[in-house]
Design a protein around this ligand. Sequence first.
Ligand SMILES: CC(C)(COP(=O)(O)OP(=O)(O)OC[C@H]1O[C@@H](n2cnc3c(N)ncnc32)[C@H](O)[C@@H]1OP(=O)(O)O)[C@@H](O)C(=O)NCCC(=O)NCCS
Length: 213
Amino acid sequence: MFVNSWFSFFASQAPEPLPLEEILEPFPPARTISFTIRTAQGYDLLNLAEILADSFHDRAGFTGLIFPLLRLGIYEDLRNRLRSSPPHYACLVAVAEQPVEQEELIGTIELALKLPPPWQFRPPHYPYISNLAVKKIYRRQGAAMQLLAACERLVMVWGFEDLYLHVLENNYEARRLYLKAGYQLQGVEHSWWSWLLGQPKRLFLHKHLQPSG
Ligand SMILES: CC(C)(COP(=O)(O)OP(=O)(O)OC[C@H]1O[C@@H](n2cnc3c(N)ncnc32)[C@H](O)[C@@H]1OP(=O)(O)O)[C@@H](O)C(=O)NCCC(=O)NCCS
């Protein structure tokens, strides 16, 4: 009884709660960043290598020890691809929209025409996506979807209507992304590593592009 009356006293003194919109207004909504997509340039290489190494390799344990080497390998490979710039090759980057001198690179993707191994029943050349990665602090803000969409536009300009990529079966974040972007499973690839060491299998995904308009 005593407790109840104290409770009702404080309840009657408590100010009316503010509407939720007012409470949340000072905090920016999660998806505030706006960015543009452009082709990668030589001066992006260091940042690109950093994003890719961070996205595909663990900084802990043994890989942490050889992390600088892995990053250097990525840097060199990418530098060679950008330099040789084969026809039907593109490395795209997403950059946070700020004045150019401060622009921040937040994600990347590569697109190329791939030649299938002779034993696989695939088109002679097919557009293939690789090395999609977004800087950790900028994830879940739509950058990967934008990079994929940019590749799709490019593929149609090149005169193709299908796009392919691989994803590891245990990469659930990326699998959800590709599902959302409209990719479908084309095949599951087993390797010696997956048989012998229980390594994740590679899923081969495909999207048929619909020209708009
Ligand atoms: C996979 C990756 C590229 C996604 O980049 P991103 O910019 O965060 O993706 P988006 O913001 O465009 O996400 C689009 C959709 O993908 C799915 N998705 C992306 N990240 C997810 C996560 N961590 N958990 C669950 N779903 C996720 C969601 O459906 C999301 O839509 P929603 O945010 O409206 O729910 C990023 O996590 C990454 O760089 N990972 C490491 C590298 C990698 O695995 N690359 C793919 C190799 S095949």
